[in-house]
Each structure stands twice: as C-alpha cells, then as structure tokens.
Design a protein around this ligand. Sequence first.
Ligand code: ZN
Ligand code: ZN
Length: 353
Amino acid sequence: MLSDPTIDLCRRYTGETWAGAKERLSQLPQGSPLIPAAQGDQAFLEGQVLRALLEHPTTYTTRPLRVVRVIPYETRPVIRFAADADPEGLADLIAWGLFSAGGRDDLRGIRGLRIQEAGHGRIDVGLLESDARLRLEGVPDAAWRGAEARRHQAALKFGEAASFHHRGPTPGEHAFAMEHRWFEESWRESSGLGSALLRRLLIFRSGADWLDMAGFTKHARSYGFRLTFAESRWTAHDTLIEHLCHPACGIALNEDMRSCACAFGERSCRIWFDGPEHAAGRLDLQFCTDRGDCETAEYNQALTYAGSPSEEIIRVTGHPAGAAVVCDPGCHGRHGKVGFLRRVSERRHPDGR
Ligand SMILES: [Zn+2]
Ligand SMILES: [Zn+2]
C-alpha cells in the first residue's frame, strides 16, 4: 500500500518530515491523490497566499519563498516558514506581505485575511465570510508581536485600520473591492493553479539547484518564478519540468511557449505554461545564470549572512558557507548584496539592536 518510495517522492514536493508524511498519507481516503487539491474558497485563499508571497521580496534564502514545508491537508493546510537569522524579517514578510495594506488602489496583501489565533510559533488565519483556513508556522512569537505592533502604529499614522483582527472588511478593503472587482475575479479564476503550486512548492527546491529564487506576478493570472543558477550548478529546464508535471505528485501543466537561448551558449530562458485543462492561470518560469565566480561568491556571502543552512549553501554555490569573494580581473567590484541586507535589517531596528 504505502511504500517508502511513495513517501519519499511526496516529501520532495511538500518538504514534510518522514513521519509526518507517512501519517498524513496513511489517513488519505482510498484513491485520493497524494497531494489533495483544495476547492472553492480554500483554493482561493491558497492562491492568494502564493500571489502575495511572489509579490513580496523573498530573495537571498535557499528556501523557496522562505517556505520550509507545506503540509497539504485538504482543509487547513500548514505552511512552515524558516526564521533563519532574521525572524523579524520573516514576521514582516507575513505582517506586510500577507495582510492587506489598506488603500483603495493598493494591490498588496490578501483582502479579508484575519487572525483567528496566534501563539506558540503558530498563526491561524482565515478568510472573512468563508471557511477557508490556513496555519502559518515557524514565526517566533516575539518577532510576530513586534511586527503586529509596527503595523498597528503605521495604520494609526495613516488613519487606516490594521486588518489582523478587524471585524468585517476594513474601509480600505471595502474601497478596493468596489474599485477593482475584476482583479478579485481573475485571482479567483486562477487560484486553482496557485493553490496547486503552493502545495508543491518544495519541488522547486528539491528539483533544481538554484542560487536564488525571485517571484513575480503578471496580469493577475500569472505566477512567476525566476531562478538564478551558478554556472556550475545549472539544472536543465526539462528536469525541473518533469518534476513539476510528475503523474503522481505534479500538475498537468501544458507548455505554451519557450524562449530559450541555451543552444547559443546563453542561459537566459523563459518558459510559459497553461494550467491543467480548462483551468485558468499561467506559470511563467525563468532560468538564468549569474555572471561568473565572484557573483556566485557574493550570493554565498548573502546566503550565509541571512542564515541559510550550510549544506544548502554548498549545494547551490559549490563552496563552503561564507567563502570569500575573490573578484575576477575586470569585475566591476560592486558587490552590494550583503550591505543591502544589513541596511534593511538596520532600518527595522534603528536603535542598532
Ligand atoms: Zn534554455
Ligand atoms: Zn567581483
């Protein structure tokens, strides 16, 4: 019935622990897919979470969108994030990235997302006027309290309502819904693909050795992933695509278009996919390589500073964590990634904590 290779296969997509995956899979009804699909409002919420994570900066970490694990229960799935060396940064990602930001024309965040319970490193969230639920894990309580306080202060300053516990839509959410109804409709139509991608997010990590992953969205229906590789760690497009489309754990994506320069020795490629049959939504997948050894070393420094695990850093850069940047002759010498990360964290704590 439930063989070890099946458990291992599923874990490549979800990042679940071995015992956790075994337990979850053993409770699935006969004939259920290994990674069940969410329906209705639940799929909408998950598609919105993926969209919000793709739109918020989550670079300079070896975890895809800072996520370590997704436990794909049919209802109330669990997303576990990595605190890494910067738990305040993670708390800000959730506070500012996932919750709506207020204004009438502000696309950021998820309208109607509300906290149901927070504590013990977990935040249970739900969507107003629906049964859609999600558990966010891995956010240290102290960091979360700080982020919540900062958002409340900002809301006061700009005369807005912080959405975390607000009863009913905030004035900003209401105004947005009036003004931009078609956005919500497009998001809803393409949310099945978003939810399916979120539930398999870890295949982007176990199926490719990228140095960095950046996200983006387009036209309200496209989910975009931009993967940057060290020259020596290039993963062939079709290897990752095979994983993404795997018959047991993947998604039945349809390749629509490919713009690929690999045959000419260049590595800046882009592949577009349509969602499974009749489902709206697109996946926009980009593959690029960095420019030489000193750029890879710079990523190494940034990943080390941000607290990615050293075995992951070796895997994606080919060098031990923190290996020094030795510039190639002719390099512009402007390597500012670590300085940038330091400035971002200093801005969060102007008192120098
Ligand atoms: Zn290519
Ligand atoms: Zn250099």
